[in-house]
Design a protein around this ligand. Sequence first.
Ligand code: ADP
Ligand code: MG
Length: 204
Amino acid sequence: MDTLEQFDAEFFRRWLGAAAAAVHREADRLTELDSAIGDADHGANLKRGFAAVTEVLDKEPPATPGAVLVLAGRQLISTVGGASGPLYGTLLRRTGKALGEAGTVTRQDLAAALATGVAAVGQLGGAQVGDKTMLDALVPAAEALGTSFAAARDAAEAGALATVPLRARKGRASYLGERSVGHQDPGATSSALLIAALAEVAAA
Ligand code: ADP
Ligand code: MG
């Protein structure tokens, strides 16, 4: 079990590197999803944001897991124009702050901190589970991370898929009303990619 395993700043840099690679690889799909119920920029937004994140983390690698996430979050906020920039930026920044200054953290520490970060996203955007947003993937993922990295990945993927029949109540997609039904939410899809990247580096 990884219950007592300690994860350091390097692990968190590897996570964000894997997330950037996944976003790069899937950018066209994310943009396609956003063209159905948004403005077709989600892939480009996140590609630009995560490329900037890996660049700053390579240039000035922080010493603690918390500092890695805070720096990454700040970078997303300053480089991504769409709604997802401030939301993902807040997620990483607040998760990082909740991790504090420890040099290493356990999966349980991360699960608790991620729950704090996810709650901050809910506060910032005013959305709840079921509103067809990134929270539909992030909320179950943070909870399942208490069990395992793989459970978090599976919960995020299931949450993203579960957005298909939902009607959007927040963000740009909500302007479409009933016409948002039948499409997978782009932000929930990118959230599932970020959590899958975490599970991938944890298993490596
Ligand atoms: P924009 O909508 O400004 O073009 P993006 O296309 O980058 O920004 O991101 C869209 C995604 O952001 C949506 O699919 C949704 O998951 C997420 N989102 C939008 N508004 C909110 C909100 N209020 N709360 C949580 N997530 C949101
Ligand atoms: Mg968009």
